[in-house]
Design a protein around this ligand. Structure first.
Ligand SMILES: Cc1ncc(COP(=O)(O)O)c(C=O)c1O
Length: 439
């Protein structure tokens, strides 16, 4: 009988194998045809579409006669290959793919030894995912104010907000614009803190030659469908250069440990050992083979995608800089290379004669999409319900308050044509002129 190889096995166990077939029900030809329809949907299937679909079906049928259905659907060789690609691309010693970046962050928080009562400093402006795990275990979120030029965390305010209870700093490269990492890492070193880079928007970006997400103790990216690239809709990368990266595969899958099996058992369940030598319980944050395939395919296009977005951002800057009162996005420098996930539009309200809220209303009327997705986290009801004092936090983040209410929004750069970029930029100029004339 043919021996199973490691690739047949459900869980990554190196050379070891187990004697069962690692799959439930197969996916077969008709399912694959439906996947093709899903990837290229149409409301009105015309005869061309139908004949294309028939060709797909016939082609797949021939493939099916020669091949066999895939039996390894999660945590297999494709995941391993995708992790090697990410590790190499980002220059990281360890890379782990997780269900999404929220799950990746959970692992990083656990390995960092975060406990109830500890304080985590993060920017006031981010997405809720950054604070979800600390909040869920009863750690305290401390919001640092932002740099008005990038809306990223302000290192000077981090320093001001450190207390004896601070355990971690979590900078976020909002929109793919790199945070100033050197001062953040220096503050962390001075106070023996761990830093996790939330580089959800940052895959492919650089700071002083290092990949975003690979600079701090931990970091990672989101591969959610709205990001520059994705892994069939969900996914995350988790990176580290620390030795604890050896625990990633155990931390990703419930602590299953095949290297230390217990008596009469195939495996043991081990805790994750955190930074302070304490045990932590692992969750299930697995990544599927099809997600990994999607990532491998899109990684081939990542650099080109970023270059295209960068060109679009430059065009936006070129048009917008001509109008007084509009502040253009910070361009890349010799030290920074952003991913241009979003375009940061800022205005000077006193010159424009109104706030960003009025401007975004006008822009929507002109058919533009304003991405009002990144605002002060302390305004969410969930924080109130955990006893956070919204108003006193707001007072401690004056730049966040001013910028959010009056001065910034995000615009998309996602595959917009040159014509669409011109339209978008000109619509902003037009709307600002209208506001000025109504002053
Ligand atoms: C700043 C930020 N952090 C974290 C996340 C979470 O990423 P994921 O959706 O992959 O869990 C996102 C997702 O949009 C994000 O924007």
């Amino acid at each position: 009988m043919k021996k199973n190889n490691a690739g047949d096995f459900r869980y990554a166990v190196g050379e070891k194998t187990v004697p069962w077939n690692a799959v439930g029900e197969f996916y077969d030809v008709e399912d694959a045809v439906q996947v093709a329809r899903f990837l290229f949907p149409t409301q009105e299937p015309n005869s061309e579409y139908q004949s294309g679909l028939k060709l797909v079906q016939e082609g797949l049928m021939k493939m099916r006669q020669q091949g066999k259905p895939a039996t390894k659907l999660t945590l297999g060789k494709t995941v391993q290959k995708a992790e090697e690609i990410i590790a190499e691309y980002t220059g990281s010693k360890y890379a782990c793919l997780t269900t999404n970046w929220t799950a990746g962050m959970e692992i990083a928080y656990k390995l960092s030894g975060l406990q109830p009562g500890d304080e985590v400093i993060m920017p006031a402006i981010t997405f809720v995912a950054t604070m979800a795990y600390p909040l869920s275990i009863g750690a305290k979120i401390v919001f640092a104010d932002i740099d008005p030029e990038t809306i990223n965390i302000d290192p000077a305010d981090i320093e001001r907000k450190i207390t004896p209870k601070t355990k971690m700093i979590v900078p976020v490269h909002i929109g793919g614009t790199p945070c100033d990492m050197d001062p953040i890492m220096a503050i962390a070193k001075k106070h023996s803190l761990y830093v996790m880079e939330d580089a959800a928007h940052g895959l492919g970006g650089k700071y002083k030659g290092k990949s975003l997400g690979s600079i701090a103790h931990f970091g990672g990216h989101s591969l959610h469908e709205v990001k520059n690239i994705n892994s069939f809709g969900e996914g995350g990368t988790l990176l580290t250069n620390l030795d604890c990266g050896e625990q990633f595969s155990k931390a990703r899958f419930l602590g299953l440990d095949f290297t230390k099996k217990i008596k009469n058992w195939l495996y043991d369940i081990s805790p994750i050992i955190d930074r302070f030598g304490k045990p932590q319980v692992a969750g299930n944050h697995s990544f599927t083979e099809i997600q990994a395939l999607g990532l491998i395919l899109q990684m081939k296009r990542l650099d080109e995608i970023i270059a295209r977005r960068k060109k679009a951002a430059q065009k936006m800057n070129e048009i917008l800089k001509q109008e007084r009162g509009i502040l253009v996005e910070k361009a890349d420098t010799q030290e920074t290379y952003g991913t241009h996930h979003l375009y940061l539009l800022r205005i000077e309200p006193q010159i424009v004669g109104g706030t960003i809220q009025e401007l975004t209303k006008k822009l929507s009327d002109k058919g533009l999409t304003c991405i009002t997705h990144f605002g002060p986290m302390y305004r969410f009801n969930i924080l109130k319900s955990f006893g956070y004092d919204e108003e006193s936090i707001a007072k401690s983040c004056p730049v966040t308050e001013r910028m959010f209410d009056t001065s910034y929004t995000h615009l998309p750069l996602y595959p917009l044509t040159e014509e669409q970029i011109n339209f978008q930029a000109n619509a902003v100029v037009e709307a600002v002129r209208e506001m000025k004339s109504n002053k």
